[in-house]
Design a protein around this ligand. Sequence first.
Ligand SMILES: Nc1ncnc2c1ncn2[C@@H]1O[C@H](COP(=O)(O)OP(=O)(O)OP(=O)(O)O)[C@@H](O)[C@H]1O
Ligand SMILES: [Mg+2]
Length: 250
Amino acid sequence: MLKLTGVTKSFGDKLVLHPTTIEFEQGKTSVLIGTSGCGKSTLLRLMIGLIAPNTGEVEFDNTPLSKDNLEQVRHRIGYMIQDGGLFPHLTVRRNVTLLASHLGWEREKVETRLHELLELVHLEADLLEKYPTQISGGQRQRVALMRALFLDPDVLLLDEPMGALDPIIRSNLQAELREIFRSLGKTVILVTHDIGEAAFLGDVIHVLQAGRILQTGTFTELVHQPQDPFVVEFINAQRSPVEDLQRRES
Ligand SMILES: Nc1ncnc2c1ncn2[C@@H]1O[C@H](COP(=O)(O)OP(=O)(O)OP(=O)(O)O)[C@@H](O)[C@H]1O
Ligand SMILES: [Mg+2]
């Protein structure tokens, strides 16, 4: 569905993405995981054509991304940027429905979809008339997720979509999203720092370090056949609360 071939990216003289070839299969959830600054958001931005690669090619549905097809492609991709990226001068309602209105959706269809999604992300309808600064960080994140899902896109690029949610909402939403991704056969590329979330949602996990993909595999493969000490370190660095308590007491 999405394919990068020999893609590199530099900012100034800093190479932030080494030559990368990676394919994201239709209907699968792929997770990008790795330490801060390793290039996860850069990869997503390349896929949706917000930045252009220095070398190599990005393909969407077997067609290379170009200026001519970029707008069409974007309508098929739901993209949630890190921190949500809501427009501060627009209400929640406008933020979520902007693109659908622009595409000429009928009012009734917009309202139906809006309420479906409110239910999915567990938000109350009275939030719709508020501005992003008038709601909490976790609520903003869920509004941003509604916006990414609104057009029911084939592909979802989600950049740490659940980082600001409390553990209960997060866990519920993970379960519901997994169900949606599976039942509707969505192609999902999800960035997270949370190895548990990666294990729960990811069919395939790509571990990145300093602009390189170190290992690609299922969670089980990463645990049992790690190909690099960093993979072991990254997985082991995330402890359960019980382990944290034992560590504190030892
Ligand atoms: N527009 C830019 N100009 C210059 N450098 C940039 C730009 N965008 C990203 N970088 C640099 O590229 C590297 C990768 O950044 P990126 O945002 O992809 O990291 P990330 O893996 O998403 O990190 P995080 O987990 O903190 O979100 C970092 O060193 C960052 O400083
Ligand atoms: Mg990032």
